[in-house]
Design a protein around this ligand. Structure first.
Ligand SMILES: [Zn+2]
Length: 134
């Protein structure tokens, strides 16, 4: 059995876009909170606290808390990872050799199944070997 990994390029690109959007939201929240975070004693907890306090407005009149931006960003990251995992598909190809049986002498040997008419290695007859399935 041969394993082949096939990646779907469009899904790959989509997952990359989601991860970049997550990075963008991360940078946006950091950029918004940086003045306070950089001067805080405990930057991480200050950052988390500010996520719930600071408002962020893309469109004038429509504001939402930074934490929502973080949630949306994290959701995008998860979607990106899921899409990336789904875009990787393993394909199993049947092995190159199969077990063939001579219709005359009933002896078996392993060979490439592509050839239709072959010489039996046991009785030397030109035969159409039968494929043996286990
Ligand atoms: Zn034979």
């Amino acid at each position: 059995m041969k394993r082949i990994l096939r990646r779907q390029k469009s899904a790959y690109a989509l997952s990359l876009i989601f991860c970049l959007l997550w990075l963008a939201t991360l940078f946006m929240t950091l950029w918004k909170t940086w003045p306070e975070v950089s001067s805080a004693e405990n930057p991480f907890s200050t950052y988390l606290a500010l996520l719930w306090e600071e408002n962020f407005g893309f469109i004038p009149g429509l504001e939402f808390k930074l934490v929502y931006l973080t949630i949306v960003g994290d959701a995008m990251l998860i979607s990106g990872v899921v899409i990336w995992l789904l875009s990787r598909q393993w394909f199993y190809l049947p092995g190159k050799t199969v077990l063939l049986e001579c219709p005359f002498c009933k002896k078996r040997w392993r060979s490439n199944p592509d050839k239709g008419l072959v010489h039996c290695p046991h009785c030397r007859q030109l035969v159409h070997p039968r494929m043996v399935h286990k």
